[in-house]
Ligand binder design. Structure first.
Ligand SMILES: *[C@@H]1O[C@H](CO)[C@@H](O)[C@H](O)[C@H]1NC(C)=O
Ligand SMILES: *[C@@H]1O[C@H](CO)[C@@H](O)[C@H](O)[C@H]1NC(C)=O
Ligand SMILES: *[C@@H]1O[C@H](CO)[C@@H](O)[C@H](O)[C@H]1NC(C)=O
Length: 301
């Protein structure tokens, strides 16, 4: 999605995925690209900012109620994904994205810490400042690092539980990435609250890890992490067009993106859930990554 209230925040929703109903542009050689890639693919470049190169710590904040047995399984599913994703050939596609000195996104993404916060900023979040406050509360808590310091080269990941209401989640976004003076972060709500908006249709009833909500979080994360790593301060791999901010993740998702473009080659798990990536004996549904070298959305490189 390409909407933005103040010209900096990128929203993500999965609502556009309705197989067969998209308008796509098909070039003469059969490569189908979405409107973003069609418009910006050939000129896409780093606007001068940094990317997150080499070792990147990931800090996960489970906010709200994550206490049920299924929630515990969900947390393990998500943490397993974060822990392993940077070793995959999917992640390797991001290595095309460099800063002005030629330093590329390379990983590893290191799962540094995870914390529970049952509601330090309340259960009705009304703006992005509330999200930043939650992150700062987690940093100060001592559970994310020994020195209680912000990690300016890390990524903070804020996930909401089912009991948390957010003013934008489920209405204008399912997740987004943004930054503050000293850190960058990504936010993802609880997709089970609005499956028609935030769950890929092929995983609404069954999903590879028996949890449509956490599997949707993983799909959303696979978009936002692309943006955070290649455009942590929204001055690197992004294009501004009026109020719109386009980042790497938007080249293979959103309005006008075919299911094939968005997810590549889908496979069915034995439980009926759809996936397209497998590592460490687990299956996941991720978004494709835009290869600017090949002008294609790829699942591996
Ligand atoms: C296919 O066409 C697109 C759009 O014209 C172009 O960018 C891309 O390089 C072409 N791919 C191949 C493999 O020729
Ligand atoms: C918990 O997970 C099990 C299997 O993984 C599922 O059958 C059950 O419906 C889930 N319960 C809830 C409340 O989501
Ligand atoms: C959340 O807070 C807003 C603003 O104070 C209020 O209008 C809204 O009714 C609240 N929503 C819930 C679910 O409590």
């Amino acid at each position: 999605m390409l909407l933005s209230s103040v010209g900096v925040f990128l929203m993500t929703a999965l609502a556009g995925i309705v197989s067969g109903q998209q308008q796509t542009t098909t070039s003469s050689n059969g490569t189908s690209l979405n409107p973003v890639a069609t418009q910006y693919g050939s000129t896409f470049k780093n606007a001068g900012g940094k990317v997150l190169t080499s070792f990147v710590n990931a800090y996960v904040i489970f906010y709200g109620d994550w206490s049920s047995a299924n929630s515990t399984a969900d947390q393990n599913t998500f943490l397993g994904f974060v822990d392993g994703i940077s070793s995959t050939n999917w992640f390797s596609i991001l290595k095309e994205y460099t800063d002005g000195n030629g330093n590329a996104v390379s990983g590893p993404l290191n799962l540094a810490a995870a914390v529970h916060d049952t509601g330090s900023a309340g259960l009705n979040l009304t703006d992005h400042n509330a999200h930043k406050t939650i992150i700062l509360n987690a940093v100060k808590s001592g559970y994310l690092s020994e020195n209680n310091q912000l990690d300016s080269n890390g990524v903070y990941i804020l996930l909401l539980g089912p009991d948390v209401h957010d003013s934008e989640f489920c209405s204008t976004n399912c997740g987004y990435n943004s930054y503050s003076d000293q850190f960058q972060y990504l936010f993802i709500g609880y997709p089970g609250a609005c499956p028609n908006f935030c769950t890929p249709p092929m995983n609404k009833d069954q999903s590879p890890n028996n949890s449509p909500s956490i599997d949707s979080v993983i799909t959303l994360f696979s978009h936002e992490i692309q943006d955070v790593l290649t455009d942590p301060r929204m001055d690197a791999w992004s294009v501004r067009n009026g109020d719109q901010v386009v980042e790497v993740g938007d080249f293979c998702s959103g309005t006008g993106t075919s299911t094939e473009q968005w997810f590549g080659n889908l496979q069915k798990a034995s439980n009926g859930g759809s996936y397209n990536l497998e590592f460490n004996d687990a299956k996941y549904l991720v978004q494709t990554v835009y290869s600017k070298e090949q002008n294609k959305c790829l699942l591996s490189k």
